[in-house]
Design a protein around this ligand. Sequence first.
Ligand SMILES: Cc1ncc(COP(=O)(O)O)c(C=O)c1O
Length: 390
Amino acid sequence: MSDRPLLNRRLEGHGSTIFAEMSALAVRTGAINLGQGFPDTDGPESVREAAVRALRDGRGNQYPPGPGIPELRTAVTEHQQRFYGLNFDPDTEVLVTAGATEAIAASMLALLEPGDEVIAFEPFYDSYAASIAMAGATRVPLTLRAPGFRPDLEALRDAITPRTRLLLLNSPHNPTGMVLTQEEATAIAALAVERDLLVVTDEVYEHLVFDGEHTPLISLPGMRDRTVSISSSGKTFSFTGWKVGWVTASAALVAAVRTAKQYLTYVSAGPFQYAVAEALRLPDGYFTEFREDLRAKRAILGDGLAEAGFQVFRPQGTYFITTDITALGEKDGIPFCLGLPERCGVVAVPTAVFYDDPDAGRSHVRFAFCKQPNVLAEAVTRLKGATLRA
Ligand SMILES: Cc1ncc(COP(=O)(O)O)c(C=O)c1O
């Protein structure tokens, strides 16, 4: 074999994801896993039953249609109408994907040329950097800084160059919990229009906004034909293993993204698509209860972390809390998180790994609160009982 590295240059440095690493650590040490963002209870029984019914009835057991089953595409359009007053054509303006992750990757592969620049909030959700890299494009960070993690709109304007092709935006934002205000979203949209940029929005936490409200950028003036809006059932319905996501966008953008998507997975999750179509039609009460349940969990973990001595940046949305460990006499989240399972049986994620400039998040540690209240309470007891101070 030649000395040439097996992994191509574009993916160098994108080894294993921090989530896989920390989840493996949780399993190895038997610690409570507040690292990876998956719930420890499944979503609604009726939705699970819908998947079983589809499997038994032979719906979706063979390749579903490339853009997704019509029932799900229609349910996605109804959801966009119900929550945001947005109208999409289920035949041409919706694409079902293998989770939001595939939608993001397909969007990057479809819309970017090598050398294009993509501006994204830093800390980045980790698949963004890899997807941009696979497309041969360059990521340009717009750093969200504690304590508020607000986007600096002047810095955004300055970051736009003639090579900037698109903005890859995530609100509610993982890991900081920042939710764009209507004013911020409007200002970003105006800039995208002014500079003729495409915008790809990752809205997987759209139903987890505790303070403020979710504004899809595609709903703002001038954005309908330049925005690829992405969401997914994993977070909203607590079935992260099903990997059913979707894109809503103009027919031209959907056609472009579909071109890349069809050669990635072609299709996926046949029977689950039927179940998610039912999930999207759940009454408003489901979505409200889901949010209020997570709001209560935010309080349990947030208060507990503060009592344990962390500086807590209370999230406006998502199911993550970012903390600062400086108050514990610690400086670096990476060794802190690697040692935490041994010290007290809890796993968390150092957010420095989501920055191009790790110093910007060196002392930040993220905890997930999508766990049962007794699990969160036990994690808090362990964190308070441990000698965390360096
Ligand atoms: C911001 C963000 N986008 C996308 C995803 C992945 O979504 P999916 O499981 O639908 O691929 C996650 C999961 O943690 C996320 O936090």
